[in-house]
Design a protein around this ligand. Structure first.
Ligand code: HEM
Length: 473
């Protein structure tokens, strides 16, 4: 990372502006048992002395990649448990004070995703205080570090230890390649070494106290300044994925397209034999539907750049996978307006609230949990994504995306009233996913939600100075 903005990287937790790309994570979901001991742990974990406690990782550049990293998030109840004064607690934004479970209707956590259906560890939000995340190169290191944290002289009570493991090729359940699109920040990412051609984002989209993409306005910084400044919020979600149902849905859609003349317009017969690897027509139509639902083929190639083949000629290298917008595809002929990616980040597309387009950026840090699904040897088990969605305003960014774009589709009248086909809280009675093919449209109806929320909380990710401040209370 190169810095030109005067941001003090040593003061930021390290997982906000950069990804660690570690294959193993353990999220320790904790209650504070003994406030004084918990504060002592915070002091030890920021002391610079690793013999006292594993150190919380900051955002300074690395000479050598460390074998593990540690970061923490604290809920509103957690701040109270650590002894933060009432006036300060009241200065935090309302949605953070209320917590994720209380905001369930707003973010689509109803029906199978209702908080009453969540895993035990999340059922009493007032007891969820901290999440300490250990990212490691090695599963044994992960356990060693996590055990050291848990042995911290009676400070914490363990509610859950959630393990995630990266799949080969950055795949997630449902078989898509992830970890391609992330915001790049002014003053943090080197303009000469940029990942892609997307517009840079102001750091205030992630860090409190800095100019945001909304006309450089700033989000309110909670008090005292030392606690709020350089902090960030993390909407942490345990998202169970119904992989078998998702794959069956693709099969049903391909069955339908095989009989529909629009299927031939969508994918001219014989094209699938040119793909690498070549596919049967039915298999290719399944892949086509999967791509339309997301906005990328499962191998990461964007529909915006390659609408009819996952293996275009010439190939699109890694460096080109995020270099696209939607302004030349106003009707979604290539990438459907209702697809997961176009909903979550409309980029340069025309939208009802045009000036919100680049203002709701999220940093996404996710890792699959549960066994990989192999259709040849299906294993019944819970599987999904442990997802951190980071931003400076939970309402202005995370909730606005979930509510306004994902679940209501307010950004474009052509999708208003329909839900995100991958992520949305879909009810078979009303669900519909539609995309244009020439002058006509293909529409699929009657599917249920493929992702169920199984837990989560709104965490504040304090700066390093703020953690020391908390330790000193
Ligand atoms: C199990 C649930 C989810 C799955 C399987 C999933 C899958 C994906 C995949 C495969 C991508 C494309 C990868 C990339 O370009 O890096 C993506 C992009 C994205 N997702 Fe999700 N996602 C899930 C949940 C969410 C949630 C809860 C949100 C936020 C509310 C979200 C917001 C986004 C955003 C902002 C992008 C990038 C769009 C862009 O920049 O063009 N996703 N998702």
């Amino acid at each position: 990372m190169s810095v030109t903005s005067g941001l003090n990287l040593a003061d930021l937790q390290g997982n906000i502006l950069r990804g660690y790309h570690k294959p193993f994570v353990r999220h320790l979901v904790l209650s504070v048992d003994a406030p004084a001991a918990a504060r002592r742990w915070l002091a030890d974990a920021t002391s610079g002395d690793a013999s006292k406690a594993p150190q919380i990782t900051n955002a300074e550049p690395w000479d050598e990649r460390p074998p593990f990293c540690v970061n923490i998030g604290i809920t509103h109840a957690g701040l109270a448990a650590l002894g933060v004064a009432r006036a300060s607690l009241n200065s935090f934004p309302h949605e953070f004070v209320a917590g994720m479970a209380a905001r369930n209707v707003m973010i689509g956590d109803t029906g199978p995703s209702d908080p009453s259906q969540w895993h035990e560890a999340w059922r009493r939000p007032e007891d969820v205080h901290l999440m300490i995340s250990v990212y490691a190169d090695d599963a044994n290191d992960r356990t060693t570090i996590a055990d050291r944290i848990l042995s911290a002289r009676g400070a914490f009570r363990l509610r859950a230890a959630l393990d995630g493991e990266a799949f080969k090729g950055d795949l997630v359940h449902f078989g898509y390649r992830d970890s391609i699109a992330q915001p790049q920040f002014y003053g943090v990412h080197d303009p000469d070494d940029r990942r892609d051609d997307q517009p840079f984002v102001q750091v205030g989209a992630m860090l409190l106290g800095h100019a945001t993409p909304i006309e450089n306005l700033r989000w309110q910084v909670p008090e005292p300044h030392v606690l709020g400044f350089n902090g960030s919020f993390n909407a942490f979600r345990v998202l169970e994925q119904q992989v078998e149902e998702f794959e069956s849905f693709l099969t049903a859609c391909a069955d339908k397209l095989m009989k529909d003349p629009l299927g031939e317009q969508l994918l001219p017969p014989g094209d699938e034999a040119q793909w690498a690897p070549p596919m049967t027509r039915h298999a290719a139509l399944r892949e086509m539907v999967a791509a339309k639902m997301l906005g990328r083929w499962r191998n990461g190639v964007p529909l915006a750049l390659s609408p009819t083949s996952p293996s275009p000629t010439p190939p699109i290298g890694n460096a080109g996978l995020n270099n696209y917008g939607y302004s030349t595809d106003p009707d979604g002929q290539r990438c459907p307006i209702g697809s997961h990616m176009r909903r979550s980040n409309p980029r340069d597309a025309r939208t009802v609230q045009r000036n919100t387009n680049h203002t709701r950026r999220l940093v996404r840090r996710g890792m699959p949990y549960g066994p990989h699904y192999d259709p040849a040897h299906p294993v019944k088990a819970e599987r999904g994504l442990l997802g951190s969605f980071m931003c400076a305003s939970l309402t202005g960014q995370f909730e606005a995306i979930q509510y306004d774009w994902t679940n209501l589709g307010l950004q474009d009248p052509r999708i208003t009233g329909s839900n995100d086909p991958i992520l949305g809280n879909n009810d078979p009675l009303f669900s519909r996913f539609s995309f244009p093919v020439g002058d006509n449209a293909v529409t699929f109806r009657g599917f249920s939600s493929f992702v169920h929320t199984k837990g989560g909380a709104y965490f504040f990710q304090p700066s390093m100075s703020a953690i020391r401040h908390l330790a000193s209370l």
